[in-house]
Design a protein around this ligand. Structure first.
Ligand SMILES: C[S@@+](CC[C@H](N)C(=O)[O-])C[C@H]1O[C@@H](n2cnc3c(N)ncnc32)[C@H](O)[C@@H]1O
Length: 325
């Protein structure tokens, strides 16, 4: 595969061998910038999706604007309009995915306006994606973000009648019931407890739950342990977890130096990294139609996947170049 991390706006300058897998050019759109493996477009995600051929994308990994009742700088669809707003994007994503492709959708929960109860909008969206668009729910996953703010302050820190939200939802959807996936690509280090158990071994027993534990239970896979459906950044234990900050250092430093706004709602590199490794292989194409600071594209490049990123706010697209050195 081509080597990552080279940036140019002029294709003819690229000294890379794209081999048998050239980049997928989107007809009618000119990239704002390009790298060896990807193109970043400043455009409406829906327009770009419509220009992409059927069954040509291996994975769509994205975090659209959430339906918050307070407006972020870039605007959010109101909760009751959210499903309706999103479904045209979903129909295009379904169309462009390969039959074994996956759609990974990161979406945050939210409170109903003025009362300490939760909105169901992200569950309604999930049901619509399956029952109307035709996606299959491969697995519901969660992003554990310990750096989330204790919001809404009124319920959490003032009246103390709700607890801090620590996770966001990640709906892993697929075009067929059999998306390409390999959990051996995302094995993790075993816990010290599991390693100790492995050294000591376990006796054959039946748990109160009825599960039979065989002596082979404690035999460790040399590759590591199969992760749960909770994605979090693996930081050294002695470091405080700073949510999505640590993974974005180069980007935030360069934005500060250049005096341009840092994107207000980035996800950590660990999130696309986990799903890109789980669901795609080198040379596959990953697309993010709500790319923001292009975390997805930068991770895809590092992992030798081709990528397409679309973001409608020009200053976010321009600043996202900083991720490529
Ligand atoms: C939650 S942010 C994505 C952040 C991104 N995952 C990152 O790590 O930087 C959602 C982004 O979608 C963009 N957006 C909203 N509507 C869009 C549309 N119709 N087409 C393209 N981008 C859109 C917003 O400007 C915003 O930057």
């Amino acid at each position: 595969m081509a080597r990552p991390h080279r940036l140019t706006t002029d294709e003819s300058l690229l000294p890379f061998d794209h081999g048998s897998k050239p980049k997928l050019k989107v007809a009618g759109f000119t990239p704002c910038y390009s790298t060896a493996l990807g193109d970043a477009y400043c455009a409406d995600g829906l327009d770009v999706l419509k220009a992409i051929p059927d069954a040509s994308i291996n994975a769509v990994i994205t975090s659209p604007p959430y339906a918050l009742h307070f407006k972020k700088e870039y605007g959010n669809a109101e909760k009751h309009d959210y499903v309706e707003w999103f479904l045209p994007f979903a129909a295009q994503i379904f169309r462009i995915l390969t039959p074994d492709g996956s759609f990974v959708l990161n979406i945050g929960g939210s409170y109903n306006k003025g009362v300490p109860t939760r909105s169901l909008y992200h569950f309604k969206l999930l049901i619509a994606l399956v029952e109307q668009t035709g996606f299959h729910l491969a697995q519901e996953c969660f992003w554990f973000n310990p750096a989330k703010m204790p919001m809404p302050a009124e319920w959490v820190t003032v009246r103390r009648i709700r607890i801090k939200d620590g996770v966001e939802y990640v709906w892993w959807l697929s075009k067929t019931p059999w998306p390409k996936a390999d959990n051996r690509a995302v094995l993790r280090r075993y816990s010290p407890d599991m390693e100790r158990l492995n050294r000591k071994g376990v006796q054959r027993t039946t748990r109160p739950s009825g599960h039979n534990i065989k002596p082979s239970f404690s035999k460790l896979d040399p590759g590591g342990s199969i992760p749960p459906n909770i994605v979090e950044e693996e930081l050294p234990a002695d470091l405080l977890k700073f949510g999505n900050n640590a993974a974005n250092d180069l980007y935030t430093e360069r934005c500060k130096e250049a005096g341009v706004p840092i994107h207000p709602a980035r996800f950590p590199a660990a999130l696309p990294e986990f799903f890109i490794k789980l669901l795609t292989e080198e040379g596959d194409i990953v697309l993010d139609p709500f790319a923001g600071s292009n975390t997805t594209g930068a991770v895809a490049e590092k992992l030798y996947r081709r990528w397409i990123a679309v973001e409608k706010v020009e200053e976010y697209v321009r600043a996202s170049r900083f991720r490529f050195g």
